[in-house]
Design a protein around this ligand. Structure first.
Ligand SMILES: [Ca+2]
Length: 298
């Protein structure tokens, strides 16, 4: 076994294995990158999830990774860009495309060097990290990513060119969870399937009076719970939150989060509880739940 801690970038990216740490240097080589890119290990790749933080060091990365690993035999790679993202939101936004391209580069490298299959890759990101995930999908050259998930993609300053914001062109299937559409998150549908728990905002139930941070972070809390219980968040396809509240929706259902059908298309609405477990299960039961009273009105 040989471990490398935070290898220097110029050597790490050398194409010559003799000039940098590589898997040829030991029977098992694991590498921990703390200042730029990834924590993870090179072995038995089968199913890979990348977790991006959204400009801050967030517990959602660790929680999501733990939830995945408790359930499946997977490799979870947490992408950290703390050096850049901790400076400011503006600095993080400027660096965001680069972070996405580095993730794409890494995905291609893992596929080419150690046989990772592109069909097994799922890239997940929160806030600005959702756009990093989108850029990663767009710039991966080995093949099209099967799935990218955006958890409350950041809205501020994210406009214009779709190359640098999450949209449905970034993977075969893009699902998005919107939780703070009037604060930090994007309101418009941005994926193939867009989920608006409790209407997507203004505040998620149980968050109280705040400026949107709790509400913004609910997106990954819901997602983590969906890993533990894929049927926790059943949603119904609907044109608007108003139509949902009036029971004026289609009869098309989909589960929000980990267990979503890749065939799901459109906008989906649901309610949640005010505290964990947030999922109300089947939509019919949710409509009869007392938790519905806690949902915000618009
Ligand atoms: Ca895009």
């Amino acid at each position: 076994m040989f471990s490398g801690l935070d290898p220097a970038m110029p050597l790490f990216f050398s194409s010559n294995p003799g000039e940098r740490l590589s898997k040829d240097d030991g029977k098992f080589v694991d590498v921990v990158h703390t200042n730029m890119f990834m924590q993870g290990h090179y072995s038995a790749l089968g199913h890979v999830d990348f977790y991006m933080n959204g400009g801050m060091n967030q517990p959602g990365c660790k929680g999501g990774a733990s939830a995945i690993l408790e359930k499946v035999d997977a490799n979870v790679i947490i992408v950290s860009w703390d050096l850049q993202s901790k400076l400011s939101y503006f600095a993080a936004k400027r660096f965001m495309p680069t972070a996405g391209k580095v993730v794409a580069f890494m995905i291609d490298r893992l596929c080419q060097r150690i046989g990772m299959k592109i069909k097994d890759v799922h890239v997940v990101g929160h806030s600005l990290g959702a756009h990093v995930a989108g850029v990663a999908g767009l710039y991966t050259t080995t093949g099209r990513l099967p799935r990218v998930t955006g958890m409350d993609p950041a809205m501020p300053l994210i406009v214009g060119d779709s190359s640098y914001r999450l949209d449905s062109s970034d993977a075969k299937f893009v699902d998005v969870i919107h939780t703070s559409i009037y604060y930090l998150g994007v309101y418009k549908p941005t994926g193939h399937a867009d989920f608006y728990p409790n209407g997507g905002g203004p505040l998620q139930p149980g968050c109280g009076v705040e400026i949107g941070v709790c509400t913004h972070r609910r997106s990954y809390r819901y997602y983590i719970e969906s890993i533990q219980n894929e049927k926790a968040f059943q949603a119904v396809k609907c044109n608007s939150w108003g139509d949902f509240k009036s029971n004026n929706c289609s009869d098309e259902l989909a589960y929000m989060g980990e267990g979503v059908s890749h065939e799901a298309r459109g906008k989906f609405y649901l309610r949640t509880a005010t505290k964990p477990p947030y999922g109300l299960g089947e939509i019919a039961q949710a409509d009869n739940s007392s938790a519905t009273d806690a949902a915000p009105t618009q």
